[in-house]
Structure formats: C-alpha cells, structure tokens
Design a protein around this ligand. Sequence first.
Ligand code: DX5
Ligand code: ZN
Length: 227
Amino acid sequence: MRTFRIAPSILSADFARLSQEVSDVIAAGADIIHFDVMDNHYVPNLTMGPMFCEAIRPHSSAPIDVHLMVKPVDALAAAFAKAGADIITFHPEGSEHIDRTLGLIKDAGCKAGLVFNPATPLSYLDHVMDKLDMILIMSVNPGFGGQSFIPHALEKIKLARQRIDAHTAKHGGEIWLEVDGGIKVDNIAQVAAAGADTFVAGSAIYGQKDYKAVIDAMRAELARAQG
Ligand code: DX5
Ligand code: ZN
C-alpha cells in the first residue's frame, strides 16, 4: 500500500490573504504546502522569495515543499532552509554542481529532491539516488499555474517509479515521487496508477470555493486507484 499525499500549490492562492489560504487548505486536509519559487530567469515568471516562506511558516502545521525554479540554486536553497522549508527541490539545469547542491540542502537539515521538466532526461538520477528524498516529475513546462497535464508524463512517472523501487529494494530508504502540473480530480487516479505518491495541485484546489470538497474527491479517486 502506497501512502498518498496531496500538496496544494499556493501559487494559485489569493496572495493578499496568503496565511489564511495556507491554514484553510490544511484544515481542508492538505498534507504538504507546495511553494513555487520563480526567478524570471530560469522561468519566465516571478513569485516568492524566502521572506514569504518565513512569513507563512508559523501558519503551516504541514511540511513546506519549496520548488525552486531558479538559476543559480545554491544561495537561495540555503536561504529557504533558514526560512523554514522542510523539503527543497531544484531543476538540474539550474545548478552547475548537482551533487554539491543536494549536499548543501541535506546539510541544512532539509529533505532534497530533483525536478524533471517534460524534456529533461531521468539520466540525471544515475549517480545521486542515495542523496534524494524526492523526485519531482513536471507534467507541464514550469512557470505558470493552470496549464494542461502533458500525457507523456505518465510514461516518465512509470520509469521514475521503477528506478525508485529498484533503489529502495537494494539500499532501503524512502524516495517520494511527486508530480506537478495540471493535476485534477479527473486525472489523479491515472497519475497514481503510473506510480506517483505525492500530488501537487494549484488551480484545481484554489480555483474552487470548497477546498475540502476537492481534496476529498481527490482522495476518493486515490482510494479507487489503490484498488
Ligand atoms: C508550475 C508550478 C506548479 C503550479 C501547478 O510551474 O510548479 O506547482 O502551481 O499549478 P496547476 O496545478 O494549476 O497546474
Ligand atoms: Zn511546483
């Protein structure tokens, strides 16, 4: 039995009421707060820096999952660790020294993960599996909420699941498989069946009035996928 986690992305929240939006989604059943950091350099959009993370930290009883869409990565990763992040993920293209960046995040006491854009090969995993707590497969090109799920991501999720299972069978440990982009009530079961355990959803949750109704519906779909 896989444990499933739902991670609302606050990118689609009302930024004027951010702390309330964080508390509300946790009260509605969120497991993780997904925090999208964009720098208008690695991706063509600009969002929140470490001060936002520090500001919402007291309002979140759930882990904060910082998704860094930035280049370079290291200084910001350290700043987010200091600002209270629990998990920090980054794109391999954003770092000149992937192994060093992973080490820096772990040394700061956070869980570390690598993020794969739709066209980024999984071969970046070849020599770093032992340093990973999470693999994040993008099912949209990063930069914006509200885009459509790219079906090709399902094949990649399956391949990532095979790599994780092979690694943990041999070496133990736990690596979460997160998927980000275009996840809705009507496709979450398919994404779970491909092998994901952690589901980011921005517009699907924050775009509706009743967050609990959406999260409950997602959990019902996940239970169905579990069989
Ligand atoms: C996209 C971000 C996502 C985004 C997902 O670059 O990384 O986390 O918020 O939003 P939806 O769920 O609306 O696709
Ligand atoms: Zn994200």
